[in-house]
Design a protein around this ligand. Structure first.
Ligand code: NAP
Length: 310
């Protein structure tokens, strides 16, 4: 039985290594995805005791939720699986707009429930803030859905500290999902201290910095997806980043562990980070992440990694 952790103050308990599913049916994020492979990734995760699945309406759009729904149906019993999904994107005449209005969010939850073939969602996030809706009103709508039993916990994602404070005026926010990894640590300034002080769980996305922290790329690696334009992967910055990754590799080799395990274990030492959602395109990647749970870091190792990426 894998160790389970509580997500913030919610009633949700998960294996700290979850699964991010933007590569499961996320055709608008990664080109040439096989949906059958995506379903196999989800099946493998569940078979290996991963019970925290992170999806969104936007991934596909819709396909990630649909494929996950099909796998859950196949499995028959979703009770032990914590499903997190997100909404806020609205496709209007081929263009995407963000909408956090109570009416839109309530409809978004109903549609996600249908695609996932579920009668409740464990954790529903507002995927991105819009410019118009007061954030406490948006979260208030989710609180009503929680009382109605349609969702079990409330999340917000990509919110600034001001938006988060406004969203949490009544203390309803359970989880914040934001970009955070060893290369992108700006959340340490205000977001992480706020979540830690308010018992909000912080779920970092891009934990492997789009694969860069997995240690398998070198200066000659080329990318066909969004990474070809991502600043982390450009010119001198890419070269400098790879040098840092090599320092990390040395620590991992001394401990005889994989780099990704070292990186994940480091995140789990941060206050208010309870669980991670690394993405995977293949079943092997899902299985490969699990030994993280056996990694013990000394305070010296935690500080050394901190310093390399400071
Ligand atoms: P990530 O975890 O930083 O990188 C995942 C990529 O790393 C994989 O697609 C794979 O790419 C590679 N990889 C996976 N396991 C590996 C391992 N053990 N060793 C080395 N490389 C490995 O980024 P992500 O998947 O884009 O983000 C994680 C999840 O966060 C997403 O699936 C999604 O659920 C969520 N997310 C949320 C938001 C939001 O706005 N809230 C935004 C982005 C993502 P290759 O096979 O190509 O190397």
């Amino acid at each position: 039985m894998v160790k389970q952790v509580q997500i913030g103050q919610t009633g949700l308990y998960v294996n700290p290594i979850g699964l991010g599913t933007n590569a499961v049916g996320g055709h608008n994020i990664y080109p040439n995805l096989s949906e059958e492979m995506g379903k196999e990734v989800v099946r493998t995760a569940i078979n290996y005791g991963i019970n925290f699945l992170d999806t969104a309406f936007y991934y596909g759009p819709e396909r990630s939720e649909v494929l996950i729904g099909e796998v859950l149906k196949e499995k028959g019993n979703r009770q032990d699986i914590v499903i997190a999904t997100k909404g806020a994107h609205n496709f209007v005449d081929g263009k995407v707009e963000l909408n956090n209005s109570p009416t839109f969010l309530k409809e978004a939850v109903d549609k996600s429930l249908r695609r996932l073939q579920l009668d409740y969602i464990d954790l529903f996030y507002i995927h991105f803030p819009d410019e118009h809706t007061p954030k406490d009103e948006a979260v208030g709508a989710l609180q009503e859905l929680k009382v109605a039993g349609k969702i079990k916990a409330i999340g917000v994602s990509n919110f600034s500290i001001e938006q988060l404070k406004e969203a949490n005026k009544d203390g309803y926010v359970d989880v914040l999902q934001s970009e955070y990894n060893l290369f992108k640590r700006s959340a340490e300034k205000e977001l992480l201290p706020y979540t830690a002080a308010n018992n909000i769980s912080f779920v970092p996305y891009f934990p492997l910095a789009k694969g860069l922290l997995g240690g398998k790329y070198n200066i000659n690696t080329t990318f066909e997806d969004g990474r070809s334009k991502n600043p982390l992967f450009q010119g001198e910055d890419f070269a400098r980043n790879l040098q840092k990754v090599e320092l990390l590799r040395k620590i991992a080799e001394d401990k005889q562990i994989e780099m990704s395990h070292l990186v994940f274990a480091w995140y789990l030492t941060r206050p208010s980070i309870d669980a991670l959602i690394p993405g995977a395109k293949k079943p092997e990647q899902v299985i490969k992440n699990l030994p993280t749970l056996d990694v013990q870091l000394t305070q010296e190792e935690i500080d050394e990694i901190d310093l390399i990426f400071r």
